[in-house]
Design a protein around this ligand. Sequence first.
Ligand code: SF4
Length: 507
Amino acid sequence: MAGPPAKPLRGSGTGRLLPVESRARDSSSLARLRRVGREWLRALEVATRPVPPDLERALARRWEELPKAVRTPAQAIGRRTAGCEGTHGVFPRCDFACTPCYHGREANRVRTDGAHTVAEVDRQMAYLRDARGPGQNAQLIGGEVTLLGPEDHAAALLAMQRHGRKPMSMSHGDFDYDYLWRLAVGADGRPRFDHLSFAGHFDSMMFGRRGVRRVRREADLHPYRARFCEHFRRLERETGITHYLAHNMTVTPANLDQVAEVVRDCRDMGFRMFSFQPAAFMGNASRWKHDYREVTPDAVWAEVERGAAARLPCDVFQIGDSRCNRTAYGAYVGNRWIPFLDDRVPADLAARDAFFATFGGMDFDASPALLAARVVRAFAARPAGLHHGARWGPRFVRRAGGPRVLLRGRPSPVTYVVHNFMDARVVRPAWELLQRGELAEEPRVREAQERLQACSYAMAHPDSDALVPACAQHSVLDPLENDSLQRLLPREERGSEVSSGERAAGD
Ligand code: SF4
């Protein structure tokens, strides 16, 4: 007797029974498909998390490491970011001479070497990725970055990006458009980057800038500042590569009274951040020209406020120790600088707390779809954030003068920063004692230790499995590193010990 007609196997499409091997093959393909589907869903789940798990762990670790005194509601380290990062021991040479200069004399005896730089940057960034998670800001810094050929410079930036860093090149800004073009665009004519970040250091204590042998006043440098910004605007017009530009300036008793002028005159040039560094006794002692300690962070901040014609609330967000950093976030609407959050408004402080709680270290720098998914998940987990965000918007509009004013002049974000490096004479004992696990008795050294422990600007030492604050790097470790780099990468050109900048400075 014939049995019941065989049911066709789902998916065979033939209506006929498949041989045993075919059925096995089919079910293993199905299993593979299911596995791929599960993996894809899992990857999607992780990618749309507001904060990736490794960054979450790194932030929690950093928060625990901070001294208790700086774990304030305003503290961004350990909540929003693990801190800034910088390279070291890569290209210490510079063709300018500045007073002061944070590099020792021996830095200029080291050859700028692309292969060494790229390999070392790769190593340091891999360590940082491991220790601090993805999405952190990292500075490609040493001596002068544009002494690297454009290919090597690009390779170093790409290595940083590969390790999840957001690189910023730190330069004296004295380079031609052609250099920027060759950095940004590959030999095939295609842009290598979507976006570039640069910090240009401009101040009247720098010697060596082409076309301006001696600078009498900060204003003499305005055409050079504008030219620097124009390079990036042109690059964007020609290639579509967007940019973020920061303006760095060292402040000494000689130019303190010109800080306000720089802030005022350079406001619309295209810089998104103005960072002022009161000079410190660090690096090459033959370049110390004034009593730098006459210039206090309070005095610099007051000048920045005078230039911005606004009160700059620096207590809303604290970046590490407030003796090291002050930061004010806001935007120009027309001629007025408006803070995003005002420390005198309790609802703004509540919005800040909600921002930390809702978004934590979330990276807003993502494709629109990914960003939307992250934002939805963040608000779904903390709906209170939505309430604070919805109430903050109208407050900002009112502060800016109302919707009509905002429509007339699109807000243009500008951040003001003062970063107050420490003198080598206190950093050295503070760091050495910390390495032995000891706290200093002497108040100034103890203060330096507290600041080092809360440091927001670190450099990676993969060999010793350590992150080193930039103050300790420059004051203690740079001289030793430069010594061994001199042997590894000696400069070969005859008569090259003195750069044009040093000649201009009369070193
Ligand atoms: S580098 Fe120095 S001044 Fe800057 S945050 Fe670190 S300890 Fe403070």
